[in-house]
Design a protein around this ligand. Structure first.
Ligand code: M6R
Length: 361
């Protein structure tokens, strides 16, 4: 049942305010400015002993994990990174008992992720799952974890589950942070930010008509560049994946700082750039990248917290706390990919060559 929407993708994009509300519900503890996550199976003493976090996933879940790693580093001050589960498995990784491994998956059935979890467990590592489908193979195999409560996601391309997964990571990062060195007031600041998310998502989605117009303008492009820095880079990666999957437009994603090390050679009027430009400590650096692109006559669509002078178009999103901004900045680009694909007559819910869950190697 599509509930009045033409596609599952559109329905699922539209459900995100409610979905985020669901992942937050019942978990916030105002008294201690923290959150409770029921099934983690990780007590405070164990949480203090973690020396490193390694997040494993594929596709969109890997991108959500990249943002998750940034959240864990900044809120809990634990070194963290994300890696595609398939790559991890095949490089005979050093498995360390003080590392917390986290497997991320919407379906909970992705073979590469499941196999990585099994390999880790065989070697005695502790593995948590950040999973959407309750009772799925990865959820069962993990030592504990948290469900992302996005609700059923039918469309092959993941949208609401991406958003909810990142919110789940924010909760986990806050939880770990408050057990370690994050202060009460910092915890409070993040909680206030989390509470604002559903209304801010609604505000972004209300902008659909404008995003549709922009998408129709850019739909003729043969290729597109997506750029961002630090927190914005995984947002760029995810937005470029969404565009590729459903419109079949070739897209690249780069850290904005890497442009001058090569990809700047591609910039010309026929290759538009989508730039993630949050109002944070990197604003000036991001603006410098826009200037480099403009100097090569590249067209720019910015996703930002205020109008960007160097951009041809700016999609304005509401500001949250710096750490939580990536949750919001990807959402207009889901609609952008959707309307680009629609303008090109693509079969959005059934992109060619793809399956919803990849249960083979
Ligand atoms: O079910 P999972 O989250 O483990 O799936 C991982 C990827 O296969 C999935 O995210 C894929 O990249 C989607 N088509 C993204 O839209």
């Amino acid at each position: 049942d599509m509930g009045g929407h033409d596609t599952y993708m559109h329905k699922e994009i539209s459900e995100q305010a409610d979905a985020v509300d669901r992942v937050l519900r019942g978990r916030i503890d105002d008294r201690f400015s923290t959150v409770h996550l029921g099934g983690l199976n990780l007590d405070a003493r164990e949480a203090r002993g973690i020396r490193r976090v390694k997040i494993l996933g594929c596709g969109t879940s890997y991108h959500a994990g990249m943002i998750g790693a940034g959240l864990i580093e900044s809120l809990a001050r634990i070194p963290a990174d994300a890696e595609p589960a398939s790559e991890f498995r095949y490089r005979n990784p050093v498995v360390d008992p003080d590392t917390l491994y986290i497997a991320v998956s919407q379906s909970g059935e992705t073979y590469d992720v499941l196999a990585a979890v099994q390999e880790l467990k065989r070697k005695g590592a502790r593995v948590l799952g950040v999973v959407n489908v309750v009772g799925s193979a990865i959820a069962r195999e993990a030592d504990g974890g948290t469900y992302v409560h996005a609700g059923p996601e039918v469309c092959v391309v993941s949208t609401k589950c991406f958003t909810n997964t990142v919110v789940a990571f924010a909760l986990l990062a806050l939880h770990l942070g408050r057990i370690r060195d994050l202060s009460v007031s910092e915890g409070k600041r993040i909680i206030e930010g989390l509470r604002k998310l559903p209304a801010q998502i609604t505000e972004i989605l209300e902008n659909e008509a404008e995003i549709k117009k922009l998408a129709e303008e850019y739909a003729g492009a043969k290729s597109m560049m997506f750029i961002g820095r630090v927190r914005g880079y995984p947002v760029a990666l995810e937005a470029s994946l969404k565009l590729k999957e459903i419109s079949y437009i070739h897209a690249e994603a780069y850290p904005a700082s890497e442009l001058k090390h090569g990809p700047l050679a591609l910039i010309e009027p026929a290759l538009p750039t989508v730039a993630i430009v949050p109002d944070d400590e990197l604003l000036e650096k991001n603006r410098a990248a826009l200037e480099e692109i403009k100097a090569r006559s590249g067209r720019i669509l910015a996703v930002a917290h205020r109008e960007q002078e160097k951009a041809d178009h700016t999609i304005i999103v509401p500001k949250n706390e710096n750490e939580l901004d990536p949750i919001l900045m990807g959402i207009p680009l889901q609609l952008f990919a959707y309307h680009t694909a629609l303008a090109m007559g693509r079969d959005i819910d059934k992109p060619r060559n793809l399956a919803k869950s990849v249960t083979v190697e």
